[in-house]
Design a protein around this ligand. Structure first.
Ligand code: UDP
Ligand code: MG
Length: 329
């Protein structure tokens, strides 16, 4: 039944497609030039025939760096027209910076990448090949994370397990932001008004024909990691609250179960007291019940707060990021 259907590939639109590499950078003055040089080298090697190679642009999004990152990128823009800069007015975090880059990118396909070469540029060719044969999203899956720290690996595995157990729509395991997105997917993402943004969740949620390439995650090549534990926890919470309301629903079930048990116990107590005339005051049982229920109440209230807080952010409707300057567009 599907035989007659032909999926459009890029050839239908243009001969040499434009690929945008979107690179959020925060205090990466030592890494940006290194990154651009590595990309140039790998692209030249991946497409030996320059006439048939796709065209490239590198969109650096300076996420309010406090070092000279913006100046370095600016200098690179003036000697290489493929390099572009979107400078945000302050540090908005990687998710917002990535969104700014997706909006600014003009390519037929867009590939978000980290500047530290942990996303191997050698994968660009296989990703583009899959895209040209009809895939709209090409995920890059980390099959070997031995270069990441033990703590990062375990917490990340736990996170993917948890979120996929409760999310309305599963997110791709061990696929970071590094993936190829067709223009049609980017257009949808740019339309999404979500403020507490968890891009990995959105990338999976939008669907589209998806293929996967696998790779071993190398260690960071230059500079140092920009993540703090608190940021990662916040990101994980954003991920969970934006992909499911299950944590809210759980309390309905727990509440119902506990009410039922309490009701049964109350009935027992009433009958028991009528029959035996009651016994010594039950300090222990009352304390246990009060503390247990108090704890549950606080916890569920806190959880509710996580959602309510995000509703507040969404309703306020502030922009996700503020662009202060753009260079090279
Ligand atoms: N980054 C950013 N804003 C931030 C933190 C990080 O734009 O607030 C960028 C950073 O410059 C890098 C990418 O996000 O290009 C990934 O950061 P990092 O390599 O430190 O993360 P890790 O690989 O350790 O998860
Ligand atoms: Mg990194």
């Amino acid at each position: 039944m599907l035989e007659g259907l032909k999926f459009p590939t890029y050839e239908a639109q243009t001969d040499r497609p434009l690929i945008s590499l979107v690179v959020p950078v925060y205090n990466e003055e030592d890494s940006v030039a290194h990154f651009a040089a590595a990309i140039n080298g790998v692209i030249a090697k991946s497409w030996p025939d320059a006439d048939t190679a796709p065209r490239f642009e590198i969109v650096f999004v300076d996420d309010g760096s406090r070092d000279t990152t913006a100046a370095v990128v600016c200098a690179m823009c003036s000697i290489d027209s493929r390099i572009k800069l979107v400078a945000l007015s302050r540090n908005f975090g990687k998710e917002a910076a990535l969104s700014a880059g997706l909006k600014a990118a003009t390519g037929d396909a867009v590939i978000p990448m980290d500047v530290d070469l942990q996303d191997p540029p050698e994968l660009i060719r296989p990703m583009v090949d899959l895209w040209q044969s009809g895939a709209q999203i090409v995920n890059a899956k980390r099959v070997d994370r031995s270069q990441d720290s033990f703590l990062k690996r375990t917490t990340s595995r736990l996170f993917y397990k948890t979120i996929n157990a409760i999310a309305d729509h599963p997110i791709a395991v061990d696929v970071g932001d590094f993936r190829l997105l067709d223009r049609s997917a980017v257009a949808v993402l740019n339309e999404m008004t979500e403020r507490c943004r968890f891009n990995k969740g959105l990338f999976s949620w939008i669907g589209f024909r998806t293929e996967t390439v696998e790779y071993a995650r190398p260690a960071r090549q230059t500079g140092s990691t920009k993540w703090r534990v608190s940021r990662l926890v916040a990101l994980a919470l954003d991920g969970i609250t934006s992909s499911t309301t299950f944590p809210l629903r759980v309390w309905t079930m727990i509440g119902a179960t506990i009410s039922l048990l309490a009701f049964a116990y109350a009935a027992f107590l009433i009958i028991y007291t009528m029959m035996s005339g009651g016994d010594t005051p039950g300090y222990a049982s009352i304390m246990v019940a009060v503390l247990f229920l108090g704890g549950l109440n606080l916890f569920s209230l806190g959880l509710m707060g996580e959602y309510v807080g995000r509703i507040a952010v969404q309703v306020r409707g502030r922009p996700l990021y503020i662009v202060s300057t753009t260079v090279g567009f």
